[in-house]
Design a protein. Structure first.
Length: 77
């Protein structure tokens, strides 16, 4: 899947979210989207890295301690 396909998937999901709101005002969308995207990102990268946190952190461009903190936050450890 290309970057464009990922962007389009996110765009379509957000448009659906607004449709589902039916005119209601959204709240804290940024944190909601980051939380919802971050967990599957971490799951897939950790799987592809054979659960090697150092390798996964490098691929993600994160410090290993930051990755570990995020894994704990998402209950992935």
């Amino acid at each position: 899947m290309s970057k464009k396909n990922i962007e389009e998937s996110v765009r379509e999901s957000l448009q659906g979210y607004f449709r589902d709101l039916g005119g209601e005002t959204p709240d804290s969308m940024y944190s909601m989207v980051v939380r919802l995207v971050e967990k599957p990102l971490l799951e897939v990268v950790m799987q592809q890295a054979d659960n090697n946190q150092s390798r996964a952190a490098e691929w993600l461009g994160l410090n290993r301690n930051t990755l570990r903190k995020k894994l704990v936050e998402h209950k992935l450890l």
